[in-house]
Design a protein around this ligand. Structure first.
Ligand code: KG4
Ligand code: ZN
Length: 342
């Protein structure tokens, strides 16, 4: 089954054709990073306007010479994301679906991210799923593609957002994650003594699977104000922040792996590209870790078309023209920000 997927939830305009949820036949992505760089972050209004400007060009290159009437279904990310941006992708996919009389499959962005490592790996269930991006930091217990239990999430900022904010504070540029990651890898970078007293957030047992990045960011900024930031210590500042942020991520993820006696971890989302995260995970010999290759970590349409296939085969009869008319934006009601263990 060939599905054409469209992703426009944030600052990537992406189109992909995927066969049977596995084989990426084509993938074309336009990143708006250069456009948003001057604002030091994504400006929603600017993002939606640029999706509108780019979507046809990306669609044409994503399809290549492939005849559209050979596509079996059309899918798009329908949330969560920036509403104006989501409207562009969903409306193009719905229009194609009506024109070619093929099903329209709306896809949840978080589920799409979590599917991305499945495009390139055979992954056995159950596993702990960790989605880490600019907008999300969520832990799941995944028993099958259709049996996914929410464990915890950030109670404030997402980890990628924290990387971006610290980078902005240090005037390093946008997006902050890859910039900080690169600086931290310098062999001269060390963990600075001035930050030694910062403890990892949310130690309470009730928050075993929750994250918090806002306090960590403030603690960093507080100390940075006292420290003279210069060319000499900037790499060490990057390394210090990165280590604290990733250690907090690992702390909560290991809680979940231990509590559910699971030795398989699937990481996805833009921050799953982080080199320190990957290095630390590779040291855990008893845990099998799956991730997507770097181009599939950040927002892309292949993960959308892939997850669409999984949703479609479960209940093909659901995806009628009538269901298309009643599709609102997707929010996973089982994701409860700040849910505590009682
Ligand atoms: O998944 P993604 O492309 O878009 C969202 O759905 O948010 O993730 C983007 C986020 C940004 O915050 C970016 O700074 C972060 O992922 N990121 C990284 C790295 N590469 C991208 N964070 C840490 N280390 C990286 N290597
Ligand atoms: Zn994303």
């Amino acid at each position: 089954m060939l599905i054409l997927g469209i992703e426009t939830s944030c600052d990537e305009t992406s189109v992909s054709i995927v066969e049977d949820g596995k084989k990426v036949v084509s993938l074309s992505t336009f990143s708006q990073i250069e456009i948003h760089k001057v604002f030091n972050g994504v400006v929603p209004e600017v993002a939606s306007r640029n999706h509108l400007l780019k979507i046809i060009e990306v669609l044409e290159s994503g399809i290549g010479n492939y005849p559209l009437d050979k596509i079996d279904a059309f899918a798009a990310t329908n949330g969560p994301g920036l509403l104006g941006s989501l409207l562009v992708g969903t409306n193009v996919a719905k229009t194609l679906s009506i024109f070619f009389n093929k099903p329209y499959i709306p896809v949840n962005h978080i589920m799409a991210h979590m599917y991305s490592p499945h495009l390139e790996n055979e992954i056995v269930f159950p596993y702990i799923g960790l989605v880490v991006s600019g907008g999300h930091t969520v832990l799941f217990l995944v028993k099958s593609f259709y049996d996914i239990e929410f464990l915890g999430s950030t109670i404030d900022d997402a980890i990628g957002e924290a990387f971006d904010k610290i980078s902005k504070y240090l005037d390093l540029g946008y997006p902050g994650g890859p910039i900080i990651d690169k600086l931290a890898q310098d062999k001269e970078a060390i963990f600075l003594d001035e930050f030694e007293d910062i403890s990892l957030p949310l130690p309470d047992k009730k928050d075993r699977y929750n994250f918090s990045y806002s306090g960590l960011k403030t603690a960093m900024v507080y100390r940075l104000k006292k420290l003279k930031v210069n060319e000499k210590n900037i790499k060490s500042i990057a390394k210090t922040f990165q280590e604290l942020a990733i250690k907090h991520l690992l702390d909560k993820t290991l809680n979940a792996l231990k509590d559910f006696n699971i030795s398989r971890l699937v990481i996805s989302g833009g921050v799953s590209a982080n080199s320190f995260l990957r290095k630390e995970l590779s040291k855990l010999k008893e845990i099998e870790v799956f991730s997507a290759s770097l181009p599939l970590c950040s927002d892309n349409a292949a993960m959308v078309a892939g997850r669409a296939y999984i949703d479609y085969i479960k209940n093909p009869d659901f995806f009628t023209k009538e269901s298309l008319k009643s599709q609102a934006f997707s929010r996973l009601s089982f994701i409860q920000k700040g849910k505590r263990i009682v």
